[in-house]
Design a protein around this ligand. Sequence first.
Ligand SMILES: [Cu+2]
Length: 438
Amino acid sequence: MQANKVYYELTASEFDWTISDGNKIKAWGFNNQLPGPVLKAKKGDLLIVKVKNELSEPTVIHWHGIRLPATMDGTAETQKLIQPGESFEYRFVVPDAGSFWYHSHHNEKWQMEKGMYGALIVEDEKDPFVDAEKVFMIDDMKLSPENQFKKGNFFQRWAERHDGRQGHTLLINGKEQPTINMNAGQTERWRFINSSSARYFRLHLEGKPFRILATDGGLLEQPVDATEILLTPGERVDILAGPFTEGEKFSIQSLPYNRTTFLKPKREVFATVVVKKAKPTKSSVPRILRKIQPLATIDAAITRKVKLSVGPSLRHGIDFLVNDQLHSNDKPVNVGELQVWEVSNASLMDHPFHLHGFFFQVLEINGKAPAYLSWKDTVNVTPRSKVKIAWMPDNRPGLWMYHCHILEHHEAGMMANFEVVDPLVGEKHAGQHHHCHS
Ligand SMILES: [Cu+2]
């Protein structure tokens, strides 16, 4: 069957962007918008995105959460960087419905801080029917009083390497403190994407209950009642908001989360929701959203251990490590062989662990099964703890990676490349690893 084709063009450049009245920044982003345009496709479509680089430095674009071929993953390891003045055409089928996003994966701590990200929404005819949908990209910027991106002094740079860059300019969809309107009596699907460098966003609607509909890899099996949910950098969550009554007003805020940083955790308001006059609802959300087949049981034997840690560094004060190495290479995995990984965090700060190109299921967190089954590509690992995940390398051999999604930790070494190998074909990138393969 011929896939339906969807075309987009994204031009990366520097432009003036107004974050609030009287506050302009020199943003880097796509098509002169911050965030870049929301790309939309239907499950199974062939997405073709031509990325043109009009920045003064190279870039590369990663498609976070999409199960695409390795050559389309958009990292410096899998393709040549897109040089200034050049273009690259990404081409891949979007096999799963859900809330995904695209972002720079080169010099990312600066390129993403300045705005190089956008949402990629994949829809499915089986999605629950709601009255409206909204995409909320959560971010913050660390700006000088002149609204500039500054590197800071020695101590500030050291603290940034430790904490990740977290600033006081809070943004939803590139705007400070926007007002969000909706109609009374209606139910909306809100897709939250944490596109910040390091911020832990603990979503809260001033205590108003909502229902969790989907995580990184799409719908849950059934909606889950909640009043808060933690979204670490890279993670997504879709919620059902409403119905509310006319005249209600509340904020979209983040509750304090202590991830052991120099910055003090506190409650912060990102936007205000205003409920306007009532409108009839057509929303219909089934009790069962879909069936998720468990990949493994909680007691499944561990096939690999991944250790996240920090260590002293003569040059930087602190290094961020995977299996005690900086910018590590991990052993290959075979197509079709179930992976059960224990990701441990030996450090005293939190790390969001992100696997490129594949979804996993969390089997246990410190010995306990999670409250509900879901597909994930990013999971938080709290200090001195262990998370057991299961994932299946399907037939997409090539070079992949995992890393901490706090961008400063990723850059400081907390990442590893590894190969997915078709055992009938063998390794393609044999030169990059130091091991034998029969
Ligand atoms: Cu980290």
